[in-house]
Design a protein around this ligand. Structure first.
Ligand code: IPE
Ligand code: IPE
Ligand code: MG
Ligand code: MG
Ligand code: MG
Length: 301
């Protein structure tokens, strides 16, 4: 993985309004102090906000201001943050470092980590309830299906239990498209829905069909997890803010474990090409999504 040569500062500019929206969404809910502290620790303490950025930029690519996708952006990040808190629990990956700090169960105890995850999953759907009425069922459907796939992926990641005729290649692909790919793909389709059904689409909209968001999201979703596997193999905890070099020790079914490091890097490139190809109908409006894809290929954190 080479160093990033993209100018990512403007690419990441929407993180500011996204974070402000998330903070506001959480602060409005009454909660016991311990739960609030736990939720805010997990949700607001760092994180690259990649899923909300995908949602924002898919909305913007169709000619609608990214702000119109904020309920979807908040919802997808709330589910992602919940998934990380539970992923780190002793019963799952048993990790003690996340986003450069102790994991939530290390900071606030296991019970509060479980309950904060529950709360964030619920808050995600309350965020969707703030979107335009015609949009709500589409966002609920996209998010609930993807979250269900994420949970299924975590089960395969943890326990195997695949159908007997699946090869190891099929198994690792199934894990990656579920545990990680599904939420990234949903982030894209939720952005697309926000533009198409939020009531703000300008006359003469761009012609990108939902299939383009699905295709792009599928490709970058699997690519993202392969890069995460490569980061685990090659980077340090100091650099990434989470424990690394643990997947092999834990016997995880990762791309480098199944295909080797070189083939995994080639698959990242192939999926990058697929994702960029899916943006063709967007023409210049797809540039931020192309830049985000390039960043996701070469990131080391
Ligand atoms: C980490 O996701 C978990 C995976 C799905 C591999 P991110 O790398 O997006 O985590 P944050 O949100 O930036 O911490
Ligand atoms: C996490 O995958 C996927 C979900 C949280 C659903 P990993 O277990 O590889 O993510 P990290 O490496 O802990 O961030
Ligand atoms: Mg895991
Ligand atoms: Mg993990
Ligand atoms: Mg990992």
């Amino acid at each position: 993985m080479s160093d990033i040569r993209l100018d990512t500062s403007s690419l990441f500019a929407p993180v500011k309004p996204i974070d402000a929206y998330l903070l506001n969404a959480v602060r409005r809910w009454p909660m016991p102090d311990r739960l609030r502290d736990a939720v805010e620790y997990a949700l607001l303490g760092g994180g690259k906000r990649l899923r909300p950025l995908l949602c924002w930029y898919w909305c913007a690519a169709l000619g609608v201001p990214g702000e119109e996708s904020l309920p979807g952006c908040a919802a997808i990040e709330l589910v992602h943050a919940f998934s990380l808190v539970h992923d780190d629990l002793p019963a799952l990956d048993n990790d003690d470092l996340r986003r450069g700090r102790p994991t939530l169960h290390r900071y606030a105890g296991e019970a509060m980590a479980i309950l904060a995850g529950d709360a964030m999953l619920n808050l995600a759907y309350s965020a969707i309830s703030e979107s335009a009425p015609p949009l709500q069922p589409l966002l609920v459907s996209a998010l609930s299906h993807a979250t269900h796939k994420m949970v299924a992926g975590q089960v395969y990641d943890l326990d195997g239990g695949f159908p007997g005729d699946w090869t190891r290649e099929m198994q690792v692909r199934a894990i990656h498209e579920r545990k990680t790919g599904a939420l990234m793909q949903a982030a894209c389709t939720m952005g697309h829905h926000s533009a198409r059904h939020g009531g703000k689409l300008p006359p003469g909209p761009l012609a990108a069909e939902i299939g383009a968001a699905v295709h792009y999201g599928q490709s970058i979703g699997i690519m993202f997890q392969i890069v995460d596997d490569l980061i685990d193999l090659t980077q340090t905890a100091e650099h990434t803010g989470k424990r690394t070099r643990k997947d092999a020790a834990a016997g995880k079914l990762t791309y480098p474990a199944v295909f080797g490091e070189g083939a995994s890097r080639r698959e990242v490139q192939r999926l990058r090409n697929e994702a960029i190809g899916a943006l063709a109908t967007l023409k210049d409006a797809g540039k931020p999504l192309a830049d985000l894809c390039e960043y996701l290929c070469v990131r080391t954190q």
